[in-house]
Ligand binder design. Structure first.
Ligand SMILES: *Cc1c(COP(=O)(O)O)cnc(C)c1O
Length: 374
């Protein structure tokens, strides 16, 4: 058994060193929580209601949620939230509350939206319409406007991307508001999918508009992306009145059943909390800036060697023409059609980028020589 486990460890650790194409920070260590691996931990039910099963980290979870509320321009009086299993669950939760607010609503989301959203909509059985995207991955507002103009009478749920998966494009809240006002949409709900950018956008200039000060109803963020961690996690924040609409108490656990799953991870709140203690807002500002430097460097180096590369503003995601399958495999680059991306998360430094550039150069040279031989 030991042999097998060692092999698995080696494979994951080698591959985690080499990937460049996924938005997962690599620079964490949670060794201090190793003793917790021998405990039963469970944050079952609403984070604010104590359960009869007192083996939870809900006090820590609430502190994490309060930190997110603060960076998203709100407080715990106005909003409520919990630590999820990831961005997908947070998006599902936001859409669930949206549907409970407006059962007859139609969801509008762009074609660059994360693949899991389609499944969420299917699970919730909500009517939905896909809006075209612009080439940079941002929603095509003219297309949205045209669609809305035929459905002015219907409540609308706007599912916005604050950083799309492929190109890190940000849908513009101001454009959505303009359309809402132009067509006098009375009943609407705005959810922001900030899976990756949620922990970056509050700390960069110019700051993308997406938070509760702007009037959004819910926001989902992944924890294992910009914070990083050995297992998936996330946070969802919603306006408190939406959560109250669905709250009902379950006597078996003695807690309000306001979350998607029953049993919930009690370890991930500890990880997120320790990250917040270590970094705080100032640390996050620097963390975002460092990553932006690496992505600017990556874009520059790629262009220097004649590769077509670009970024949305100061994004950490550098989009490039898809290299060979061999290189995509070696660096675990996600691709879509003929583009791929490098995501400069914390833990990826110039040295790793340089290795990738050298490989690309070699490949280009090889292709050139081959062409000359023919
Ligand atoms: C990663 C991602 C998701 C899914 O989040 P998970 O944490 O993997 O569940 C959803 N939307 C966007 C934009 C993402 O980048």
């Amino acid at each position: 058994m030991k042999d097998r486990i060692d092999k698995i460890y080696k494979r994951i650790s080698e591959h985690s060193d080499s990937f460049l194409g996924y938005p997962l920070a690599k620079d964490f260590s949670y060794q201090e929580f190793a003793p917790f691996l021998d405990l039963c931990i469970n944050n079952i039910g609403d984070p604010e209601s104590p359960s009869t099963l007192a083996i939870d980290t809900k006090d820590i979870e609430k502190e994490c949620v309060a930190f997110f509320a603060d960076i998203l321009s709100t407080n715990m009086k106005e909003t409520w939230g919990y630590i999820t299993n990831g961005g997908t669950e947070g998006n599902l939760y936001g859409l669930y509350l949206a549907r409970e607010s407006f059962p007859e609503a139609v969801v509008y989301y762009s074609e660059s939206t994360h693949y899991s959203v389609k499944k969420n909509l299917h699970l919730l059985n909500i009517k939905n319409i896909v809006v075209r995207s612009q080439p940079n991955g941002e929603m095509d507002y003219d297309d949205l406007e045209q669609i809305i103009s035929f459905r002015r009478d219907k409540p609308a749920i706007f599912f916005l991307n604050i950083g799309t998966t492929m190109t890190e494009a940000v849908d513009k809240l101001d454009e959505i508001k303009r359309i809402i006002h132009k067509y006098a949409i009375k009943d609407y709900y705005i959810h922001c999918d900030a899976a990756f950018l949620g922990l970056i956008a509050p700390f960069i200039e110019p700051k993308p508009k997406f938070d509760f000060a702007e009037g959004v109803d819910s926001i989902a963020i992944s924890g294992h992306k910009f914070i990083g961690g050995p297992m998936p996690s996330g946070v969802v924040l919603v306006k408190r009145n939406h959560r109250n609409r669905i709250a009902h108490s379950v006597s078996y656990i003695g807690a309000m059943d306001t979350t998607i799953t029953g049993s919930r991870n009690g370890l991930t709140p500890l990880f997120i909390w320790s990250f917040i203690q270590k970094y705080g807002k100032q640390g996050l500002i620097e963390r975002a800036r460092n990553s932006q430097k690496v992505s600017a460097y990556t874009e520059k180096r790629l262009k220097e060697i004649g590769i077509n590369a670009w970024r949305n503003n100061d994004a950490l995601t550098v989009v490039l023409d898809k290299p060979s399958n061999a290189l995509c495999d070696k660096y675990q680059l996600a691709s879509e059609g003929n583009i791929a991306h490098v995501i400069c998360v914390p833990g990826i430094e110039k040295v790793q980028i340089d290795l990738f550039i050298e490989d690309l150069k070699r490949e280009k040279k090889g292709a050139l020589e081959e062409a000359q031989l023919v």
